[in-house]
Design a protein around this ligand. Structure first.
Ligand code: ADP
Length: 394
């Protein structure tokens, strides 16, 4: 007999080196269990599970050196063997929805073919996302599945915000600014009214500052501009990625220095950002704890780039009503938030340093004209919400 109280939605978020999962109660979206497998490709390990269903993973050990496929199989196997778990639907984070998908989509064979066709646009992520969908289909052949895209939130951007100044024939082939981190931005757009009230409908900059980093300019909680572009390499400086640079520098490395595309890609995607500038680490925590001048310079440059790009987002918005920090650095580094706040003091942003040090939800000073918030990132909840509204209530 099915115990209806355990009817659940499964959410999978397969990243380049991790598989995160979450189970939500189907009726209420109460989280039942969350966890993840990290370090895939180097030293894969189960990072544990939290929540009322965490016991499903008691004593679980993941084989060392597991691939994405093995890690997903291991995870689904444990869920399949769980008593009192009645999976009703699954939702997936899929990095690229291309020019056509501006909302989550129920997966069928046609959709899978379209998503496979987008692999060249996100070769490091899309194959893992699609493999997770196939693995779930194999484990539960009749389970409805929904794809939720990192790009979809930005499809509301005006045409000019999506265009690069390149030949229009290339634009027509889909070489446009897609933007990423859309599920994180969707979550902020969903929760901001409860936190900020009416100001949520105004001109808001959201700074998603994690290993990957980007800004989104929102008006009426819709994206009108963003810093990431055709790929997730554009925009802000990141943990290992360079962010926006002169395209001529790429040509120089290839034409004058004789580098191969793979060598240039390695430099720009893995040996730049905090890692490259500091020469010490891609991890902000390590740099914050270091007294090396290069560590300080890397953090200073990180904040400077956020300030510069925030100015550009403000210009696109025509002003600013609120600023939101989210993701690892945004949620937890008072020092970096403070540096960004100082760089944006001309906008009216002024932080209360006690609130900032305490990672409070509202960190702006009383009387400051622009409220500033710290809101935890969550990419799984917006997926569960979409599954609930598009699959289970359909
Ligand atoms: P991802 O983009 O992989 O989801 P996160 O959102 O977890 O990453 O962000 C990772 C970044 O957050 C790392 O640079 C890490 O150093 C930084 N971070 C995490 N905790 C802290 C902290 N307490 N202080 C400063 N930075 C932190």
């Amino acid at each position: 007999m099915t115990r209806t109280e355990d009817a659940a939605i499964l959410v999978l978020n397969a990243g380049s080196s991790s598989v995160k999962f979450a189970l939500f109660r189907a009726e209420t979206l109460e989280p039942l269990c969350r966890g993840g497998i990290e370090g895939i490709g180097s030293a894969a390990r189960f990072g544990g599970a939290a929540g009322s269903k965490a016991h499903l993973f008691d004593g679980a050990v993941l084989a060392e050196g597991s691939s994405h496929e093995a890690a997903t199989h291991w995870l689904l196997d444990r869920l399949r063997r769980a008593d009192h778990l009645d999976l009703r639907a699954a939702g997936h984070r899929v990095v690229h929805g291309g020019p056509d998908f501006s909302a989550p989509v129920v997966i069928d064979d046609d959709v899978m073919r379209t998503l496979e066709g987008l692999i060249p646009l996100a070769p490091a992520h899309q194959p893992h996302n699609l493999a997770a969908i196939r693995a779930v289909a194999k484990a539960w052949p009749s389970l409805p599945q929904l794809a939720c895209f990192d790009t979809a939130f930005h499809r509301s951007m005006p045409r000019l915000a999506q265009l690069f100044a390149i030949p229009h024939a290339l634009t027509d082939e889909g070489l446009i600014r897609y933007g990423f981190h859309g599920l994180s931005y969707q979550h902020i757009a969903d929760v901001l009214p409860d936190i900020a009230g009416d100001v949520a409908e105004g001109r808001v900059i959201v700074a998603h500052l994690g290993h990957g980093a980007s800004l989104c300019a929102m008006r009426e909680r819709r994206s009108i501009a963003t810093t990431m572009g055709f790929t997730a390499l554009d925009g802000l400086m990141m943990g290992m990625r360079c962010g926006a640079i002169d395209a001529g520098l790429v040509l120089y490395l290839i034409e004058q220095r004789g580098m191969t595309p793979a060598e240039v890609s390695e430099i720009l995607n893995r040996r730049s950002g905090l890692q490259g500038v500091s020469g010490i680490s891609n991890d902000a925590r390590t740099l914050l704890a270091s007294e090396e001048p290069r560590a300080t310079e890397a953090l200073d440059l990180f904040a400077y780039r956020v300030v510069r790009e925030a100015g550009s987002m403000m210009a696109a918005l025509g002003g600013l009503d609120a600023f939101v920090f989210t993701a690892g650095i945004g949620e937890r580094s008072a020092r970096i938030r403070s540096a960004i706040g100082q760089g944006l003091a001309w906008t009216g942003i002024r932080l209360d340093e006690d609130r900032n040090a305490g990672n409070n939800v509202r960190i702006s000073a009383d009387g400051a004209t622009i409220p500033v918030y710290v809101i935890p990132a969550d990419e799984e909840v917006p997926i569960a919400r979409s599954v609930s509204s598009q699959v289970l209530s359909a």
